[in-house]
Design a protein around this ligand. Sequence first.
Ligand code: TYM
Length: 334
Amino acid sequence: MSETTDKKRIFSGVQPSGKLTLGNYLGAIRNFAMLQEEYECLYCVVDLHAITVRQNPADLRRQTLEVLAQYLACGLDPEKSTLFIQSHVPAHAELAWILNCYSMFGELSRMTQFKDKSSKHSDNVNAGLFDYPVLMAADILLYQTDLVPVGVDQLQHIELTRNIAQRFNGIYSETFTMPEPYIPKTGAKIMSLQDPTRKMSKSDENANGFILLMDKPEDIMRKFKRAVTDSDGRIVRGEGKEGISNLIAIYALATGKTPEEVEAEFAGKGYAEFKPAVGEAVVEMLRPIREKTEDLLRNKDYLQQVYTEGAQRASYMARKTLDKVYRKVGFIKR
Ligand code: TYM
């Protein structure tokens, strides 16, 4: 990959804090792959973010490699995109410290993810959890990112990133590119299969609520057959039909159809027919990803080569921004 390019730049990341879900795939990673032709992309496994919630060290190491393998299995190509592990590029932590001094206690206190996670982990409301969005701002601003593909739950963090960038640029003159979120029209918020008013999340205590990318076909089928719907019986989107609306979105994405086409296809049919059809479509979509991930995890040398080269490229780009920031705030050149 050449160092200089006219393409617009993309950055995004996924936490290795557990197994990846269908929500992570449809809301984010699938788009990472589609965008890599048109943009210069950096995709990161954000291990520094993961430790804001207590992690078992051996699990964290394994999950970090798993996310990288899943990036590759989902079609991210290390020849086209820079794939790396966040802790391998110290500039993320360095810029985060500086941006801390331009981020306000009040604005961080208003972040809904902080409020959610601090009530969920009330025994460990650490400073890193509070500061999480500033590290995310550093991730994005370090690479002069134009576009950030994410699910809708990350929108507030991107707005905060823009506020921090604007504040810094206002004080020191143009330093950071103003990033824009890229939120998919369908799939930006995949809901739990058991409680379709809540987002599908790997931390759900009910494993029937989420589909993991590595779930076996029979588990995927079972979870879709048990998905919570409603008593109306029609396969259409609408209020009070969150469960069916969610299944329509999933089926649409898995088959490449629009939600309208899905509604037409299942007009006059019942849930007993629709739910297994969604399950089968998801099984087929995830099958190659699961098999490829399993293969890649057997080839640790290759994974190491990918993340080592990725970190080298990312460090080079990050250094340019960090040097500029150091100069602007008044640090003496090393
Ligand atoms: P994380 O690891 O929670 O999730 C990774 C991506 O998956 C999306 N996502 C969903 N999309 C649709 N439906 C769902 N149910 C669903 N669940 C998760 C998330 O929106 C996200 O895009 N803070 C980020 C990681 C991060 C990051 C960054 C992202 C760190 N630095 C810089 C972008 C840019 C996070 O926790 O994602």
